[in-house]
Design a protein around this ligand. Structure first.
Ligand SMILES: CC(=O)SCCNC(=O)CCNC(=O)[C@H](O)C(C)(C)COP(=O)(O)OP(=O)(O)OC[C@H]1O[C@@H](n2cnc3c(N)ncnc32)[C@H](O)[C@@H]1OP(=O)(O)O
Ligand SMILES: CC(C)C(=O)C(=O)O
Length: 571
C-alpha cells in the first residue's frame, strides 16, 4: 500500500520573505546562457558521446549562438580531456565563445584541469563543492568551517595553477555551491563571500556564482525567494554574475529558472531538450522559446528546430518526446475537431487580413488558437498541423482538403463527408491519413466525365445549388459570364438550378483548375457531387452528374424510387 511517509520526506523550509519583489517583475531580456550538454548532459548518458558526437553537439551549440559552453570534466576521463585538447589545438573555438570545464576542489584535479586548458585563448574553470548539511555530514564528514575552507582552498588552487599554467588565457572563474537548494541560505552566502575574498572579483574579473538545485526538491517560488535574497545580500554584486543551474526532479525546472530570472538571476545553465542527470537539467529550448513567444529575443537561433532536435537525438541517443514543448513531433498537431475548426478558421482569417493589408501572414500578430506559435517560425511546416481521427470534425477535413488539394467544399458537403470519415475512423480505430481522406473524398464525390453523360433529371432530384471555385473564374473579368454559361447549360438540360455561388478568394491555383460542388435534393435529403476539371462547364457537368448518380444509388438502395438514368445526354 502506498502510504504517506512524512517521517521520511518533507518540504524544505521556505525562507521568510515578507519583502519579496520578484512576483511583480517581468522578463524583458534574455539571460546569459550556458549549455552544459557536453558535461552535465553527457555525464548522464549510459553511452557518453563519442568524439564525433561531441563535435557535432559543439558545432550545433555554436551555430545556435551559445557563447558559453561547458565542454566537459577533463579529469573525469581520457575522452573528456582529449575533446578539450582537440578544441584548443585545432582552434575550433570561435573568438566569441568561451569554453568551460568543471572540476572538484581537489589539488591534483585542479592542476590537471588547468593543464588541459593550456593554449586556450579564453576559457573558464568551474569549481564546485557541496555545501548542504546532508552532504557535509554524510559524504564529506565536515563541519561548516571545514566545508567553507574546501571551497576557498579550491579557489586558491585555481588561482595558483592559472597563474602558473594559463598566463596567456583570458580565464574566467565560476564557483557552484552544489546542493544549494538544500543548504542553509546564510551558509551559502558565507561560502560564496569567502570564495569571493579569495578570487577578488573586480571590473576586469567578474566571478560567476552559480546556484544549482542539484536535486530539485523545492517549489519554484521557494527557489526564487532564495535567489532574490542572495541577489540583495551578496557583496560586490556588480562584479558577480548570478547564475542558476536548475534540475528537473519535480518537473518544474523551467518554472524554477523563470522565477529565478524574475528574482535576479542573470545566467542560466541547462541542456537542449532537458537532457541531464535523472529527470534532466532545465530545458534551454523551452526557456528560449518561452521568451520568444513573449516577444523577447532569446539570443539563440531556433529557426530550424527540426535540425536541432535531430542533432540532439543523434548525439545523446535519446529520443525527444513527441509532446515535448515546441520541439516534439506532435506539438503542432491537433486531432480534436473543435481545435481543428478554430485553427482552420483563424488561419483563413489571418490569410485574409494579410491579403487586405498587402503583407505576409508572418508580419501579423499571431492569432491562431491552440498553437503557441507559428510553426514556420521554428522551421516546422503546416503539413502535420491537423491529423484526422474519430475525434475530428468537418473543420479538420476542411483543413486537410484545403491544405493538400486547395479545395474549399461548402459547409454542408463537409458535414456529410465528416460523417463518412468519422464512421471509418470509429470502425478502424486509428488515424485517417491525408492521403486516405483525399482518396475517400475522390471516391465518394468525384467522378470523371469521360463524355458529358447524364442521368435524366426529369422525374428525379432537384438540383439546388452549385458552388464554383476556380482560379479561372476569379482571374477572368467575365466571371459573371462564366457562371451564367453554366446556369444556361444546366437549365437547358432541364435542371431546376436554384442558386450558383462562387468563392470570393479561390484557393485553386490555375485557370485550368476548376472545382464545382453540386447539391441536389432527392428523397428528402441532399446529395453532393464534385467536379474537378479544366474548365467550368465540364466541372459543373461532372459535379451534377456525380450528385445525381449518388442520389440515384441511394434511392435505389433504400427503395425510395429511381429515375431514368440513361447515359444519353439530352443534346
Ligand atoms: C552535480 C554534479 O553533476 S557534479 C559533477 C559530477 N561529475 C562527475 O562525478 C564525473 C566526474 N568525476 C569523476 O570522474 C570522478 O569522481 C573523479 C575522476 C573526479 C574522481 O575520482 P575518485 O578519486 O575515484 O573519487 P570518487 O569520485 O570515487 O570519490 C570522490 C572523492 O572526492 C570527494 N569529493 C566529491 N566532490 C568533491 C568536491 N566538489 N570537492 C572536493 N572533493 C570532493 C569525495 O568526498 C570523495 O572523497 P574521498 O576520496 O575522500 O572519499
Ligand atoms: C556542478 C553543479 C553545478 C551541478 O552540476 C549540480 O549541482 O547539479
Amino acid at each position: 500500500m502506498f502510504t504517506v511517509k512524512s517521517f521520511r520526506y518533507n518540504a524544505p523550509d521556505p525562507l521568510p520573505r515578507p519583502d519579496r519583489a520578484w512576483p511583480d517583475a517581468t522578463i524583458t531580456t534574455a539571460p546569459r546562457w550556458l549549455s552544459t550538454d557536453l558535461r552535465d548532459g553527457n555525464q548522464a548518458l549510459a553511452r557518453p558521446m563519442s568524439p564525433a558526437r561531441k563535435q557535432a553537439m559543439f558545432d550545433l551549440l555554436v551555430s545556435m549562438g551559445f557563447k558559453e559552453i561547458e565542454v566537459g570534466f577533463p579529469v573525469a576521463s581520457k575522452s573528456d580531456h582529449a575533446f578539450v585538447r582537440t578544441l584548443i589545438e585545432r582552434e575550433l573555438i570561435p573568438d566569441d565563445v568561451r569554453i568551460t570545464v568543471l572540476v572538484q576542489a581537489r589539488d591534483e584535479l585542479i592542476m590537471k584541469t588547468a593543464e588541459s586548458l593550456e593554449g586556450a585563448p579564453r576559457a573558464a574553470i568551474h569549481l564546485y563543492s557541496a555545501t548542504s548539511p546532508f552532504f557535509r555530514r554524510m559524504v564529506y564528514g565536515m563541519n561548516r568551517d571545514e566545508c567553507k575552507d574546501l571551497a576557498v582552498h579550491g579557489t586558491r588552487l585555481v588561482l595558483k595553477y592559472a597563474e602558473r599554467l594559463l598566463g596567456d588565457c583570458d580565464l574566467a572563474f565560476q564557483y557552484s555551491p552544489e546542493h544549494f537548494a538544500d543548504t542553509e541560505p546564510d551558509f551559502s552566502l558565507e561560502v560564496c563571500e569567502a570564495v569571493m575574498d579569495a578570487w577578488q572579483p573586480d571590473e576586469q574579473h567578474e566571478i560567476i556564482l552559480n546556484f544549482p538545485t542539484t536535486v530539485e526538491r523545492t517549489m519554484p517560488n521557494v527557489f526564487a525567494d532564495r535567489i532574490e535574497w542572495l541577489h540583495r545580500n551578496l557583496s560586490r554584486r556588480e562584479h558577480v554574475c548570478l547564475s542558476v543551474h536548475p534540475h528537473n526532479d519535480r518537473g518544474t525546472g523551467v518554472a524554477t529558472a523563470e522565477l529565478a530570472m524574475l528574482a535576479g538571476a542573470q545566467r542560466i545553465e541547462g541542456c537542449l531538450f532537458g537532457n541531464g542527470e535523472r529527470a534532466g537539467n532545465v530545458d534551454l529550448v523551452t526557456l528560449g522559446l518561452n521568451l520568444f513567444t513573449h516577444g523577447v529575443d532569446p539570443g539563440l537561433d531556433f529557426s530550424d528546430l527540426g535540425r536541432i532536435r535531430r542533432t540532439v537525438e543523434q548525439c545523446t541517443g535519446l529520443p525527444v518526446h513527441p509532446r515535448h514543448p515546441y520541439g516534439g513531433s506532435l506539438v503542432y498537431t491537433s486531432f480534436s475537431g473543435s481545435h481543428q475548426d478554430a485553427i482552420k478558421k483563424a488561419s483563413d482569417a489571418m490569410a485574409a487580413e494579410a491579403e487586405a493589408a498587402e503583407t505576409g501572414v508572418d508580419r501579423l500578430p499571431w492569432q491562431v488558437p491552440y498553437l503557441p506559435l507559428d510553426p514556420r517560425d521554428v522551421g516546422r511546416t503546416y503539413e502535420t498541423l491537423v491529423r484526422i481521427t474519430s475525434q475530428s470534425g468537418k473543420g479538420g477535413l476542411a483543413y486537410v482538403l484545403g491544405q493538400w488539394q486547395g479545395l474549399q467544399p461548402p459547409r454542408d458537403l463537409l458535414v456529410e463527408f465528416a460523417g463518412l470519415v468519422q464512421a471509418r475512423a470509429d470502425a478502424e480505430g486509428g488515424e485517417i491519413s491525408p492521403g486516405q481522406v483525399l482518396g475517400m473524398f475522390q471516391r465518394e464525390y468525384v467522378r470523371a466525365l469521360e463524355a458529358p453523360t447524364f442521368p435524366e433529371p426529369a422525374d428525379g432530384p432537384v438540383l439546388t445549388v452549385l458552388y464554383v471555385d476556380g482560379g479561372g473564374i476569379d482571374a477572368v473579368p467575365d466571371r459573371v459570364d462564366a457562371v451564367e454559361r453554366v446556369r444556361h447549360l444546366l437549365t437547358e438540360r432541364g435542371f431546376d438550378l436554384r442558386a450558383v455561388h462562387h468563392t470570393d478568394r479561390s484557393s485553386r491555383k490555375s485557370r485550368m483548375d476548376m472545382a464545382v460542388y453540386a447539391e441536389c435534393q432527392a428523397g428528402g435529403r441532399a446529395f453532393w457531387g464534385v467536379g474537378l476539371e479544366c474548365d467550368i462547364e465540364t466541372a459543373a457537368l461532372s459535379a451534377v452528374c456525380s450528385a445525381l448518380v449518388r442520389a440515384g444509388a441511394h434511392l435505389a438502395a433504400t427503395g425510395g424510387g429511381s429515375w431514368n438514368s440513361s447515359n444519353e445526354p439530352k443534346h
